[in-house]
Design a protein around this ligand. Sequence first.
Ligand code: HEM
Length: 507
Amino acid sequence: MDAYPLLPSFRQGILITALGSLSYALGRVIYNVFFHPLCRFPGPRGAACTRWWLAYKELGRGVSLSTLRAELHQKYGDIIRIAPNELHFARPTVYNEIYNSQNKWDKDYEYYRSFELDEAFFTQTDYLKSKHSRALVSNLFSRSAISEIQYLIRDQLDRFCDVLKQQNAAGKSSNLYLGFQCFSADAISKFLFATCFDQLSFPDFQGDIVKGIDMCMPSITLAKFSIVFVWMIRYCPPSILMILAPSLKGVVVFRTALETQVKSILQNPGLLDNAPHRVIYSELLNPEANKGLPQPTALKLCHEARVLFAAGSHTIGTTLMTGVYYLLRSPEAKQRLVDEVRTVWPLLDEAPSYEELEKLPFLTAVIKETLRIAVPTPAGLPRVVPPSGAIISGVDIPGGTVVSQSALFVSFSEDVFAQPHDFLPDRWLQPGSNALESWLVVFSKGPRSCLGINLAYCELYLTFAYIFRRFDVREDPIKRADLTWSEHFLPVFEGQHLHAYCDPRSE
Ligand code: HEM
């Protein structure tokens, strides 16, 4: 006789589970469309039903989220419901309403977990939880600390210029997209770890880490929708990852190198005393600053290291490449820049300091215009409205709603910048142009804004000056650059990279 006559069979169990899941999903869709607090906001019906609509667009159809947002705003207006619980805003004034020093709104976990770096302060959703670690490393990024270590950047620039010279002597144009990525990767690794991953030494700037990071960026978009994929990255042993995705070799090598470095520092903290300058580990492991809190784990140190490296390399590389691209298409602006830099750098082998370069008005205008037009972090940075709700763009937004605005909607707003798609450094030199400063939002605003802004400016001033003072740069006419990109938090450039001939100047 059957011992459990009332229990369903295995097949019945599967059927019941499937029906249950289906009814739940259906119920959820009905709730999202008709009863959700955001049901009054316009947007595609699919987006209101489920987040999988966005997954279908981004992963299935390969549409870049930046393009999709622009299309949806065109069709549905200033505020769009881009996912069941998420709104995106187009009006540029909204940027300062969401991202400002008063708002300590949480980052959206569902989004930030896709980086698979849960221990780093960058991905901590709660501002208070991120504050301590951010404060520890922020000493390294202060204006005065950056002034002191500018020699590290100059050393890497000298190496970069040497490679450009060699490539030019061999009659080759240089891939400046990869070149700037290799330079910024070597500069940031020297700065953060007092170690160089030597990306500039790879032939034709084919740095393994730089290329690996480029290849793995689309995985952030995949991980945004699939927790299973996040787990796969977390638990997959490096050796297997390399077999499954050989193009990620550089990233795996980089991760392993950091893990080894962290392990040896934790085993022998005295190693930090021998470092030629302060590095992130000296700050994160500083017992006084930690005030009796538990020592950071190896995993936390590795996550902080990976975030800081990624944040400080790709963004700088993209900005430099974009600035050079536009300058090569604006011969008059390029000549003005060269002439101005010469005023503080008359003799080729006596390069000026960052502080001298910073005072040059046209170079400063070129850097601001480059940052505006490059938008090196085009993602909408999603924040969660606190339980009390908020008024954004003059509309009541319920607590718990995820809200975002991509900086693209500020940089390319015709209400803020005349002819926003044109590269016009002079817009920053007009009487009253100080008012434009608050619209340069590419480093974001508020308590979670960019920690590396001082380092970024220092690298940009030095690099633009070095490249245009030391070389006569001409775009390779055979390999015309195509700056088409798609958004995977950062931009991934899909077209022909910028190639240029860099003829060394003799005086
Ligand atoms: C042109 C260069 C750069 C741009 C445009 C830029 C932009 C940004 C933006 C928009 C954010 C906010 C991200 C978010 O809310 O999720 C951010 C955060 C951050 N950036 Fe940058 N960044 C640049 C360079 C750097 C550099 C050189 C570093 C140095 C390591 C750096 C380190 C960071 C860190 C650590 C954060 C996280 C801050 C936090 O969550 O508290 N960035 N950056």
